[in-house]
Design a protein. Structure first.
Length: 135
């Protein structure tokens, strides 16, 4: 991936993970450029298939493109930051992120977005008034 494309993806994301919305400046690990549809599944390295992702979301997502909705038990595609609107699929309940759709719930489960450490960090950032970042 060339520097210009990486810079574009970072600027478009406005410094936050496009899955969990964690601001990069509050992470001790640099964020990564995620192939939304993994190269393993013939996902191209293009603007419309790249997203800025924190290390934790990207590591948990891996090459997954689908997951199981814990509510219905049905296999569904994961949230796609370029094609889907975040607010349609997710909503905050304090520091806990809720899935509003089957895709949102499956994404939360696969990416482990509500693990104890992540919720704890979000609680600290929220109590300091610096999270979530308004769009």
């Amino acid at each position: 991936m060339n520097e210009g494309l990486a810079k574009f993806v970072r600027e478009r994301a406005r410094g936050q993970c496009e899955y969990c919305r964690l601001p990069e400046k509050w992470s001790s690990i640099p964020f990564e450029i995620d192939h939304i549809i993994a190269r393993k599944h013939n996902g191209p390295t293009t603007e419309d298939n790249l997203a800025l992702s924190c290390f934790y979301c990207n590591s948990a997502k891996g090459t997954n493109i689908a997951g199981i909705d814990p509510e219905s038990g049905i296999i569904v595609r994961l949230f796609h930051p370029r094609r889907d609107r975040w607010e349609v699929h997710f909503a905050w309940n304090r520091a806990f992120l809720r899935g509003l759709t089957s895709e949102g719930r499956a994404t939360l489960a696969v990416l482990e977005i509500n693990d104890a450490a992540s919720v704890g960090l979000r609680e600290l950032l929220m109590s300091a008034g610096i999270f979530p970042i308004s769009s």
